[in-house]
Design a binder for this molecule. Sequence first.
Ligand SMILES: [Zn+2]
Length: 187
Amino acid sequence: MKVVTLRCANCGAPLSVKHRVRFVTCNFCDSQLEIHRENSATYSAATEKVPEARTVKLEKSVERLQLTNELERLDQAWMISQELYMVSGKDGSRSVPSYFDGLLMMFVACGVIVAAVAIGRNAPFFRPIMYGWGFGAVIFIIKAIHTLVLANRYSAAHADYEQQRYDILARLGSTRQSNSRDSGARG
Ligand SMILES: [Zn+2]
């Protein structure tokens, strides 16, 4: 086979290039070179071709960027939906609905009903007031059930958010792992 000897366009080291070979790597400076054959002249020039390893690296960093953006979007979406689930306190503060609050309200309402029945039985004079207490307690129970339903919806949504976040973080982790594997294989 015909071999042409020419010089590296980057460092000037001698290169032995086989016939029809278009791309070579200089043994001295690692330059990626393209062999040009024009009429009688044959010479090397730095290639525009991106080495494969660098392409893979670029793809990985694009993927990481996309995943990071996805994570940011997920967090923002959660901030917004979290606001929708929140309940207003008496002082106007917003808080996440909790099972504890719902159960506490339920407990207080039941206590009020028990007290109202006991007082109404023993003191007929107070009965009309006790009806008022009972009515208030029933309203409070409805509120308690509403809080429990909201707490349930909130915890389901929160679990869903956490799962999605976990998945993205796992994918981010795997892009880092395979990246270090790549460089390990090269070295
Ligand atoms: Zn060279």
